[in-house]
Design a protein around this ligand. Sequence first.
Ligand code: SF4
Length: 339
Amino acid sequence: MSTSSTPSSPKLFSHLYIEKAVLNHPQTLAIRAKFSSSHTIIIDHYKDVFNRPNQSFAAQSDSKKLILARKEGKFLHEGSQYSDGFDHEQFFYASSVMGCLYDCDYCYLQGLYPSANTVLFVNLEDAFAQLLPYLGRDTLVATSYDTDTLAIESLTHQTSTWLEFAQHHPNLYLEIRTKSANINALKNTLPNERVTLAWTLSPQAIIDAYEHSTPSLSKRLSAISEAIKLGWKVRLCVDPIIHTDDFETLYPPLIETIFERIDPNAIEHLTLGSFRMSQSHLRSLKKLRRSDIAFYPYTVKDEMATYPETLETAILEKMLAKATNFIPIQRIRTWQRQS
Ligand code: SF4
């Protein structure tokens, strides 16, 4: 299986910016050893680099730099209306990385961050300390919510560190969302029934057009098969669905392609949801002028941009009709605006 999506080559991060405060952190030392041929620049604070004015997201996307920093505030944030907490009593997402190795045209990170570079907060131990007071109750943490942690696992080992932490906390459930094919990163870890690996899947034409630098659909499906064989709980997410003129020939057939390769009985859920984004992030996306996705005439209500309700309903109905040929509706989760 290919691991081409993992950053094994120092070329990926030609420059390392390192906050003085984390120079001697064990993870900093390990990353410096791995990227020994990268230029290293010592900085006072990650914002001095990451928040600089007038950065070009597009140019930086082709040559990402890595910034190692110490997270000073909250690692954990309450799950938002844009995502599913799967009925857990408490739902948080952990923000230990800013930026993503991948570059999806529909990603709200482009509207959220001033830079396409990656900030890695190395003090994950503080995330665990912040989480501990909540772990008397059933708690879901999405560890890869606004990044793709598995894509950079060979660099950060954050996913394996989370898995190790979860072993000791029986009320803790993890969701690890990814587009990566880097299943090798998990091969040395015993599956945990409270951990779900959630793969985002799109038709290959959508991957080619909008999900730059991500593994192909075929590689993702191979990784999913492997994960299932290894005993991991797996969720499949056809979300976000990007509506194009070719929707009919792309998305319903995707369901068939998926279940030709993946046993529906072996997956926990299939989730379906069409594109949505906050109005403010969409405005930022438009300013970047990188993709036609930003310029669709969305319906905006309560600050959230979605496809018009009739289209959103038609997308979901079409996808549900196809998906229920393979998997019972009780194991399909859908996201639709609550009107
Ligand atoms: S993989 Fe996810 S976090 Fe990364 S760029 Fe794509 S949508 Fe954004």
